[in-house]
Unconditional design. Structure first.
Length: 408
């Protein structure tokens, strides 16, 4: 205090009857600006300042602001052996900076940390790497690569998969939701659509350098090879691929397409070629961050969510909890989500396929989709909020006739 406030008596108060009033004591007499405050302040004189949206101005003496009952007074004794010029620590000067003005008015800048989506686990580099490591150690190809003596090849192979993992994860969600009834797994129809889309099948024909005999004798990558890879990756007793099995199937395709029937010598190069030249270029997928950053994560959208949060929570509670155990936090399954959409009479132009895509794209990336404690098939409340935003986006696009796979 002694370093920041000049010596003397300082008074301050707030008039809560009409609007905030600040006061500063003056030693000199100025009758036009004098106002007696409190019951026992004697002849204390103060200058009344009015805070009007951050701008301070003197209040006319005759303007009534109600009776002020409380005044705070502090006496600051003179400093000894220290002149004002020697004190280097000064109060901050007045600034026109927007952030400072907002802070002074009690209005916080919008950030993800103070939004309704603060609890959402974004796809940070660390989070994606943890999810990848969880999947990679379960793959057959990964275990085989780890047995190699070539440390450089092991590192290069793993790095190429890790770099592309965010894309592979989005591709897996896309084909699972769009072409498989189970949504969270890739079935045979989804797999066939995927291998067709990424243009890896050597069909054979005039002018392409591939003879029908080569295709028949499995000397090129054919649809038969793709089907065999699907069956092998599914494992015993399963007819669909989960996320780590899909990753394993990708590795087997790279081996078959680019090493067995191609010119690559190493798996790291083969996986890099497949991911770069086929999957990234041609596979259907959605980058969830585009919708979030462009339309969802902003001050205006957040304000609307805050205004309707109570109603949204009531809807969530009504259509959640059927697949949760007693004592667990409520989550919304796909069935409950579709029931909610039907009850809300969502526009019929929005197909069930698109509704499912909105559902899976709103989910956080699960670290381990095979864990018994995994909730990767159900929506938490914060994920439900994103789904509501995607449904609202549907309405806008459907009314303009622009609704497709990439609109969710």
């Amino acid at each position: 205090i002694h370093r920041m406030v000049p010596p003397g008596r300082i008074g301050w108060f707030f008039n809560l009857i009409k609007r905030n009033v600040n006061a500063k004591a003056y030693e000199e007499e100025d009758e036009e600006l004098c106002l007696v405050v409190g019951k026992n302040t004697g002849k204390e004189k103060v200058e009344t300042l009015i805070d009007d949206g951050g701008e301070m101005f003197r209040a006319p003496p005759e303007e009534p602001y109600g009776k002020i009952e409380v005044v705070n007074v502090m006496d600051v004794e003179p400093r000894s052996n220290v002149s004002y010029e020697e004190i280097r620590l000064r109060p901050r000067s007045k600034t026109n900076d927007t952030v400072a003005k907002r802070r002074n008015r009690g209005i916080a800048e919008w950030t993800m940390k103070n939004s309704v989506f603060a609890a959402y686990q974004l796809d940070t580099k660390q989070h994606l790497e943890q999810a990848f490591q969880s999947d990679y150690k379960k793959t057959k190809t990964g275990r085989n690569i780890d047995k190699l003596n070539d440390e450089d090849e092991k590192m290069a192979f793993k790095d190429n998969l890790l770099i592309t993992f965010p894309i592979l994860k989005d591709v897996f969600r896309q084909y699972g939701a769009a072409y498989t009834s189970e949504v969270w797994n890739v079935g045979v129809n989804a797999w066939n659509q995927f291998v067709t889309d990424i243009k890896i099948i050597d069909e054979g024909g005039e002018g392409d350098g591939i003879s029908s005999e080569d295709v028949t004798n499995n000397k090129v990558f054919s649809r038969v090879q793709a089907d065999l890879i699907f069956v092998s990756a599914c494992g015993t007793g399963s007819k669909t691929l989960n996320r780590y099995q899909f990753l394993d199937a990708i590795c087997q395709v790279a081996n078959c397409k680019y090493i067995k029937y191609g010119d690559c010598k190493a798996m790291s190069e083969a996986v890099g070629n497949l991911c770069r030249d086929n999957i990234t270029k041609f596979a259907e997928r959605d980058t969830e961050t585009d919708f979030r950053e462009k339309k969802l994560y902003n001050k205006v959208s957040d304000r609307i969510y805050v205004q309707h949060k109570t109603e949204l929570m009531s809807v969530f509670k009504k259509f959640s909890g059927k697949e949760d155990k007693p004592g667990e936090a409520k989550t919304m399954s796909l069935t409950e989500y579709l029931d909610m959409v039907e009850a809300a009479s969502i526009d019929t132009d929005i197909t069930e396929r698109n509704l499912k895509l909105a559902f899976v794209r709103s989910k956080e990336t699960s670290l381990d989709e095979n864990s018994s404690k995994s909730k990767h098939k159900q929506l938490k409340f914060v994920e439900f909020l994103e789904t509501v935003g995607r449904l609202a986006n549907f309405y806008e696009l459907a009314s303009k006739g622009n609704l497709d796979f990439h609109s969710c």
